[in-house]
Design a protein around this ligand. Structure first.
Ligand code: ADP
Ligand code: 5GP
Length: 189
């Protein structure tokens, strides 16, 4: 298998992409997660260098100005997220396939960068109402953060057709099964 491959998951926040990625990582051993950098604070249980590289806004800016990012976005006002170029080499040097979890704009930029070599997946919630319920039930966001996330979701949902495959995440197990089939097709290509 050619290991210089990459799969990206994008979706409005709360759709379930992190949950699906976690299940996919259990079913395959060829993947390694691209650890993004962010200027937001860690949530309870999140670890630096595992979930994200947590950077101060100043350190994030320094890396932007030194051209260290493949892409970055101010996903929410005042909060930046980005993919460090060094992640690509780190994961490919390990002989693994990259998995990205990025916002919808970041996903489109990464897809443009890798072209047909990457598989771009869009995780679709069954409805906007369910998306809101999931964001609330996750219990990680303030009311302000939920409002910001929902405000972005309509424009993000419209971009689904630009991705290679849409996975509707209604029943989790069905969504993970479908994702597994799509990934197997891609890996055997
Ligand atoms: P994202 O990474 O897209 O922001 P998460 O994976 O954190 O979303 O999921 C948001 C919340 O919804 C979490 O509490 C998660 O447990 C829950 N969730 C994810 N998928 C499903 C599903 N298919 N059915 C019910 N709850 C789900
Ligand atoms: P969260 O704060 O919930 O961890 O992530 C918020 C959003 O930022 C999610 O949509 C997530 O996919 C996105 N995100 C995480 N890392 C990156 C990245 O490296 N680049 C971009 N563009 N978005 C990212």
């Amino acid at each position: 298998m050619n290991n210089r491959k990459a799969i990206l998951f994008s979706a409005p926040s709360g759709s379930g992409k992190t949950t699906i990625i976690r299940e996919i990582l259990k079913r395959f051993d060829c993947f390694e997660f691209s650890i993004s950098a962010t200027s937001r604070q860690p949530r309870e249980g999140e670890r630096d260098g595992v979930d994200y590289y947590f950077l101060t806004p100043e350190e994030f800016e320094r890396r932007v100005s030194e051209g260290m990012f493949l892409e970055w976005e101010e996903v929410y006002a005042g909060v930046r997220y980005g993919t460090l170029k060094s992640e690509i080499d780190r994961i490919w040097d390990n002989g693994h396939v990259i998995i990205f979890d990025v916002d919808v704009n970041g996903g489109m930029n990464i897809k443009k960068y890798f072209g047909p070599d990457a598989l771009a997946l869009f995780v679709m919630p069954p409805s906007v109402e369910v998306l809101e319920q999931r964001l609330r039930s996750r219990g990680t966001e303030s009311e302000e953060s939920i409002t910001k996330r929902l405000a972005r979701s309509a424009a993000e949902l419209e971009k689904a057709p630009l991705f290679d495959v849409t996975i509707v995440n209604d029943i989790l197990n069905d969504a993970v099964d479908k994702t597994q089939v799509v990934i197997n097709n891609y890996l055997s290509r």
